[in-house]
Ligand binder design. Structure first.
Ligand SMILES: [Zn+2]
Length: 121
């Protein structure tokens, strides 16, 4: 495959993903079903999202970060102003550097509390 053809295919894939994200952004998330104590399925427009459930036994800092991350996943918009978009054939969530829903910050918050509580993420 030529480099030009590969670029065209990546652009087409990104456009298809972005159309799906735009349809999801216009939809109201609907709870679909519980998948046990850890995960839930939500229908958001054309997307079925499986996300971690928000549990009452999480430490407050973990619960707040989880809540923000869940809402960003379900709506495509984060409290920090971040959004999601298609990049290189994948969905990428962008956040401000100080946002607790950003991958690195969220992981650090979970690691900080891992030894303090008996639950699992
Ligand atoms: Zn954010």
């Amino acid at each position: 495959m030529s480099a030009r053809r590969a670029r065209q295919q990546r652009a087409a894939a990104n456009a298809r993903i972005q159309r799906t994200l735009d349809q999801a952004a216009a939809a109201t998330p609907q709870f679909a079903e519980s998948l046990g104590p850890i995960f839930e399925a939500w229908q958001v427009g054309p997307m079925l999202l499986v996300i971690p459930a928000l549990r009452d036994d999480y430490p407050p800092e973990v619960k707040a970060a989880f809540d923000r991350r869940r809402r960003a996943t379900l709506t495509g918009r984060c409290d920090c102003g971040g959004t999601r978009a298609a990049r290189r054939g994948r969905v990428v969530h962008e956040h401000e550097l100080d946002c607790p829903a950003r991958d690195e910050a969220f992981g650090e918050i979970c690691r900080r509390h891992a030894g303090l509580w008996k639950g699992s993420l």
